[in-house]
Design a protein around this ligand. Structure first.
Ligand SMILES: [Zn+2]
Length: 77
């Protein structure tokens, strides 16, 4: 089951891992660069997901993790 990233309106931190739902919730409106930095740290350090040579976000299984909406295009660029 792959990790999904979903946006929420309000939470205490930029990115929060929810192991029950296998989702990372991210605060809507966060600057994409900051969001990616936070997600990369969360995935690699807290969840032990593999890091990729390109710096793209990856699931446990190595599949790419996509960010909701238009941000996907930003980090892929
Ligand atoms: Zn996966």
């Amino acid at each position: 089951m792959c990790i999904h990233v979903i946006e929420v309106d309000v939470q205490s931190e930029i990115a929060v891992w929810d192991p029950d739902e296998v989702v990372i919730t991210v605060q809507r409106g966060t600057h994409p660069h900051l969001l990616i930095t936070e997600l990369r740290a969360l995935l690699a350090i807290d969840l032990g997901a593999p890091t990729t040579a390109t710096g793209a976000l990856a699931c446990f299984c190595g599949e790419p993790v996509t960010i909701p909406g238009e941000r996907a295009a930003v980090w892929a660029a």
